[in-house]
Design a protein around this ligand. Structure first.
Ligand code: PMP
Ligand code: GLU
Length: 397
């Protein structure tokens, strides 16, 4: 252990991947597990995207690509941002990376100095605080409970800001809650940010297309803070392309250039073939995106109705993404024989080992009272999972 740097020692392992791994291990032993832990669409990548990738292989897209991404892909992203979000960017304001995860990490590493504070509306995705810690920054968690639909208010944001605040990381639609900020809510937050110079927004919009309340709203639309917003997005969720690893940032040129410098020393331009596939995804017909969204919406309705039947669960109605984040702390202190449930993690392990349903405890998302279900799985599996959950939790006294 002594050989590992302090910086990596301080990092927590990804709780989402850890639970998914445990679920796979049980499955490998022959146990029939319903995996609702990791969040990734269960659909296949659309055919027109796969065909573009095959063409790219045959056309020898096999050499290093420019660090910020092929110009044709950056053009496709520029068109997407204009067409879908009404946002105007030039090619020097776009950087393509190895998944939105790298885009986020590029932005954090490039903006945050040791000791800088980063405001994290919480619950938030497991990787945000770890990225901030990697940069030597200080995560400042602003908690929004289920009573406020897991969304922070402008007053809460104002209260969290100090002279050391450098960044706020927003995620809408949200992982892990599925909450979606409305235009008015974003405008309220933008006003607070506008009043404080030198604060930047990293706006994670990876779930943009999995939205059940209408059009997506980006905080980059507000002119008064536009120059201080970095939009993060990608193809993983909208196009069922998690394994292709293409994400991007769009933001002020100075920042994108600096992130490119970092990326040029770290990973270079991302996979050439995947870039050509992503270009086809952005430029092609968007019907598959809508088809998948409708399926997610049906599953959302199904899981919400099933979760409401579980005694002791408090359930919000997610307006986007594919996660449900019920409050489950009424089970803390209960037992099944010698086994005592003291936390959401205990509950997640109990559900996995006894009920054979994989979930993720809420602590890694900043909400130890909640548990996350990914409903990016079939209706049949969702129904079966909740049959097992009901039966398993009934054993806790
Ligand atoms: N942001 C959030 C909130 C996510 O849930 C994910 C999913 N892993 C990502 C970013 C990263 O996505 P990607 O697969 O593009 O790296
Ligand atoms: N975003 C997904 C999740 O939260 C994928 C896993 C990860 O990247 O953490 O489950």
């Amino acid at each position: 252990m002594g050989q590992i740097s302090d910086r990596v020692m301080r990092l927590a392992a990804s709780a989402t991947f850890a639970m998914s791994q445990k679920s796979s291990e049980l499955s490998a032993q022959g146990v029939d597990v319903v995996n609702m832990s990791v969040g990734e669409p269960d659909f296949n990548t659309p055919d027109y995207v796969k065909e573009a990738a095959i063409r790219a292989v045959n056309e020898n897209y096999s050499r290093y690509s420019p660090v910020p991404g092929y110009m044709s892909l950056r053009d496709a992203i520029i068109n997407k941002l204009k067409r879908e979000n009404g946002l105007e960017y030039g090619p020097s304001q776009i950087l393509v990376s190895t998944g939105a995860k790298q885009s986020l990490c590029n932005a954090v590493m490039t903006l945050v100095n040791p000791g800088d504070e980063v405001v994290l509306p919480s619950p938030c995705w497991v990787s945000y605080p770890e990225m901030v810690k990697l940069a030597g920054g200080v995560p400042v968690v602003v908690k929004a409970g289920i009573d406020q639909d897991f969304k922070i208010t402008p007053a809460q944001l104002e209260e969290a800001i100090t002279p050391k605040t450098k960044v706020i990381m927003l995620c809408s639609p949200s992982n892990p809650t599925g909450s979606v900020y409305s235009r008015q809510e974003l405008e309220g937050l933008a006003k607070v940010i506008a009043a404080h110079d030198g604060i930047y927004v990293i706006s994670d919009e990876i779930y943009e297309h999995i939205n059940f309340i209408g059009g997506h709203e980006s905080i980059a639309q507000f002119a008064e803070i536009r120059e201080r917003v970095v939009v993060i997005n990608g193809v993983s969720k909208a196009y069922a392309m998690t394994g292709w690893r293409i994400g991007f940032m769009a933001g002020p040129e100075w920042l994108v250039k600096a992130c490119g410098k970092l990326q040029g020393q770290y990973t270079s331009g991302t996979c050439s073939v995947a870039q050509k596939a992503a270009e086809a995804a952005f430029n092609g017909p968007q019907d598959d995106v809508e088809k998948m969204r409708l399926v997610f919406q049906r599953r959302r309705d199904l899981i919400v109705s099933l979760a409401k039947e579980i005694p002791g669960f408090e359930v919000n109605t997610p307006q986007g993404a594919f996660y449900l984040f019920p409050k489950c702390d009424s089970y803390f202190g209960k037992r099944d024989g010698d086994r005592v449930i003291n936390s959401a993690e205990d509950l997640a392990m109990y559900l996995l080992e006894v009920g054979h349903v994989a979930t993720v405890g809420g602590t890694a998302f900043g909400s130890p009272e909640c548990i996350r279900f990914s409903y990016a799985t079939s209706d049949e599996k969702i129904v079966e999972a909740f049959r097992r959950i009901k039966e398993t939790l009934a054993r806790l006294k």
